[in-house]
Design a protein around this ligand. Structure first.
Ligand SMILES: C[S@@+](CC[C@H](N)C(=O)[O-])C[C@H]1O[C@@H](n2cnc3c(N)ncnc32)[C@H](O)[C@@H]1O
Length: 353
């Protein structure tokens, strides 16, 4: 795919709310710290952050989509600011990208997860059933397996598992069987229109106004991009890399993602004493929860894609990071992570492509 400026625009969601959440007093002196925007997209948040940062501050932006990187570097919209750095990477590796800048800690991490409008609206990317196109769905078009390749090789159980878990699709079994039947007939699915047609035949009923393929497309996108595992890895790194008082601000658009963020913040910000143990000491906490923000009615009216957005904000405490402390918080979370929806075979940590 060519690195060209696309005509598709992205309207940044929760622009001011997310940027203001990155430091304690947005009306105070200009922050001088080091900040990371792990989802550059078209740079809506990055540009506002830069407009607020002091002269000695720095911003590292990251995106796994080469088109986003090209947008930051080339053409009229390029960001030419010595305080700005950009890296092509998955955000699970944001800490490594920051370390490559020589940064040992950061003062704020912003993540506006999911896909950008240019990705969905560009028919070539294969994210949408609204256009007929090769079924790709990779945010990083330079690596990994496309959705079509996954459909061509996955087992029946794996397909059903992915569609059920990531799409929360009742008809996952019939859809998976239909995909495999087509493959067995020597006609593997290669395009968005072919997938839509197969799904439409397998789905018996649908909520009013929802395309039968909506849930299957969502599931494949999440799987192909390992979206939930990426998020978990990025959050884990925040515990280690955020300086005391550093802020974490995450915008999610889906309940599967929001549950991961909510559980993560709660796990590291809620004191729990084991009452069965006499004189038990509370576990030192790594985060303080700052709050949850939804887009205003006005924003939703002007940008319907913001409807499902949720911003969660937390602040790193002064408790030094240690693997033991993180591990101590994790056993309680095992059950919650399972509920957050990770198929046993299809994905999860370690399932990198
Ligand atoms: C909702 S858009 C961000 C829009 C941006 N805040 C703006 O105002 O223009 C999400 C972006 O995050 C990127 N992205 C999603 N998951 C990613 C991941 N795991 N690693 C790196 N980038 C990712 C996508 O490629 C997309 O460009």
């Amino acid at each position: 795919m060519q690195h060209q400026q696309t005509p598709w625009q992205h309207r940044t969601v929760l622009l001011h709310e997310a940027v203001d959440a990155l430091w304690d007093d947005a009306t105070g002196p200009l922050p001088q710290g080091r900040y990371v925007d792990a989802t550059f997209g078209r740079g809506g948040h990055s540009r506002l952050i830069l407009s607020k940062l002091g002269p000695d501050a720095a911003l590292l932006a990251i995106d796994r989509d080469p088109e986003a990187i090209a947008h930051a570097k080339q053409g009229e919209a390029a960001i030419r600011d010595p305080r700005f750095h950009i890296a092509h990477a998955p955000f699970s590796q944001w800490a490594e990208a920051a370390e490559a800048q020589g940064w040992g800690a950061v003062d704020g991490l912003l993540m506006d997860i999911g896909v950008s409008s240019p990705q969905i609206d560009n028919p070539e990317r294969g994210f949408s059933f609204r256009f007929d196109a090769p079924l790709d769905m990779r945010m990083d078009t330079t690596s990994g397996e496309s959705a079509a390749d996954f459909l061509a090789r996955a087992s029946l159980d794996e397909l059903a598992d992915v569609i059920r878990t990531y799409g929360e699709e009742r008809f996952a079994g019939p859809i998976a069987r239909a995909i495999v039947a087509r493959r067995d007939e020597g006609q593997p699915i290669r395009t968005t229109a072919e997938l839509s047609a197969v799904v439409a035949r397998a789905v018996k009923t649908r909520e009013p106004g929802q395309d039968p393929a909506t849930r299957t497309f969502q599931a494949l996108r999440i799987h192909v991009n390992r979206e939930l595992g990426e998020l978990e890895d990025a959050l884990d790194s925040a515990l280690r890399m955020l300086a005391p008082g550093g802020r974490l601000a995450v915008i999610s658009f889906h309940s599967l993602e929001d549950r991961i963020v909510k559980t993560f913040i709660a796990r590291h910000s809620k004191e729990e004493v084991d009452r069965r143990v006499p004189f038990a000491q509370p576990r030192p906490l790594l985060l303080k929860s700052i709050g949850r923000i939804k887009p205003s009615d006005e924003e939703v009216a002007g940008n319907p894609r913001s409807r499902s957005a949720v911003l969660r904000v937390a602040e790193r405490t002064g408790t030094p990071w240690s693997p033991e402390l993180v591990a101590a918080a994790s056993p309680r979370d095992a059950g919650k992570a399972a509920k957050a929806g990770k198929p046993a075979r299809a994905s999860g940590k370690g399932a990198r492509k």
